[in-house]
Design a protein around this ligand. Structure first.
Ligand code: PLP
Length: 383
């Protein structure tokens, strides 16, 4: 059976050039980087990590000592939020939105349990933050604004330059989760006034198990795990050298595919809009939408049923965010943009990559047309 992978917001196929770079670090160059002072083999690992760190730092206009490697985006978000929460006296208020990833929402909930105040800034029907409401919610106790650069479900790209300016004026920390945007669009941490920035390896054709966190020099932040002195004494534990090498290579070779991917994204949206009735596109159209994201609600049918039937045709997509796809709960993002239960549960997310072809999109649309027609015939939800 053929395979069409359209769940690239969840994870991506590792580029062969990345795998090739990683292989020597499994069987030949396997020493821990902290053994650099003991033997030369350790130096090789240390150099490899330093090189990946430099590549990543340069990509966001940071310096190498502002980048720490983590196990992934969840950990990076946790360090940024929890790590600053105890280190900034008198600051016990966080501003965020309901459309953040669970690794931000749940971490902030933990702070709330411990006495923090949280303001959730509303978003409009396309998922854009209300910047005036954000400005108004700032208090003298505000520690941080925590915002996702682009929403992983509906692809809305926030105006982080504008939010960064507000944070600069009010002298508050600005945490940005760039899991879905890193390498897909330029990010300049200096210009955007970002304090901490979450970066992902496995959503950019790198390996799983490697993420990073940019931490602006001078930020008061503590480690959240305790142990050794790795990663500038901010993230203890043996560095995952092969994954870090792969992450660096994925960043090095990145950056030329977004235009091509967005053409296919718009082709998919256009075909579904023209050929399948009773649908709703979730999120904005055009330049403010992630280049690889399509999210559509199909009226009168359950997303789960669409997903299973697409899977039988070898097409991998998701309903809502991957984290909610095993839950009957409505995703907070769908709720925040005003979708009702039917629209939320009838939504399908297609996320493309540089490997997606027009022919795969055509196969997906043809399959989808049949599936939606069949499901609507037997649907108890209406038509
Ligand atoms: C915006 C965003 N942040 C964080 C994460 C968490 O990623 P991971 O589960 O790889 O740590 C994801 C995963 O999809 C995401 O899309």
């Amino acid at each position: 059976m053929r395979l069409v992978y359209l769940d690239n917001a969840a994870s991506t196929r590792v580029d062969e050039r990345v795998t090739e770079e990683m292989i020597p670090y499994f069987n030949d160059k396997y020493a821990v980087a902290t053994s650099v002072f003991s033997y030369r083999m350790g130096l090789e690992s240390k150099k490899a990590i330093d090189s990946a760190r430099k590549i990543i730092a340069e990509k966001i206009n940071a310096s190498s000592d502002e980048i720490i490697f983590t196990s992934g985006e969840t950990e990076s978000n946790n360090i940024a939020i929890l790590g600053t929460s105890g280190k900034n006296k008198g600051k016990s208020h966080i501003i965020t939105t309901k459309t953040e990833h669970l690794s931000v929402l749940k971490t902030i909930e933990k702070l709330k349990e411990g006495g923090f105040l949280v303001s959730y800034v509303p978003v409009d029907k396309e998922g854009f933050i209300d910047c005036n409401a954000l400005k108004k919610s700032i208090k003298k106790e505000t520690l941080m604004v925590a915002i996702c650069h682009a929403n992983e479900e509906i692809g809305t790209i926030q105006n982080i330059e504008k939010i960064g300016k507000i944070c600069r004026e009010k002298k508050i920390l600005f945490h940005v989760d760039a899991t879905q945007t890193f390498t897909k669009m330029p990010i300049d941490v200096e210009k955007l006034n970002i304090t901490t920035l979450t970066l992902s390896g496995h959503t950019i054709h790198g390996p799983k198990g490697a993420g990073a966190l940019f931490i602006k020099k001078g930020t008061k932040i503590d480690k959240i795990m305790h142990g050794g002195f790795n990663e500038y004494d901010l993230r203890p534990g043996t560095e995952n050298v092969p994954a870090i090498v792969g992450f660096g290579e994925a960043v090095r070779i990145s950056g030329k595919d977004c235009k091509k991917v967005s053409v296919l994204r718009d082709y998919l949206i256009e075909r579904i809009t023209n050929e399948i009735p009773d649908i709703k596109i979730n999120g904005p159209l055009g330049k403010d939408r992630l280049c690889n994201n399509v999210n559509i609600s199909f009226h009168h049918v359950e997303g789960e049923s669409i997903l299973l039937r697409l899977d039988m045709k070898g097409i991998c997509v998701s309903t809502g965010s991957a984290c909610f796809s095993r839950s009957l709960e409505m995703s907070p993002t769908m709720k925040a943009i005003g979708n009702n239960h039917e629209l939320s549960h009838g939504s399908i997310r297609f996320t493309l990559s540089k490997y997606t072809t027009k022919e795969e999109i055509d196969y997906t649309v043809e399959s989808l047309k049949k599936i939606i027609k069949e499901l609507r015939k037997i649907s108890p939800l209406g038509k």
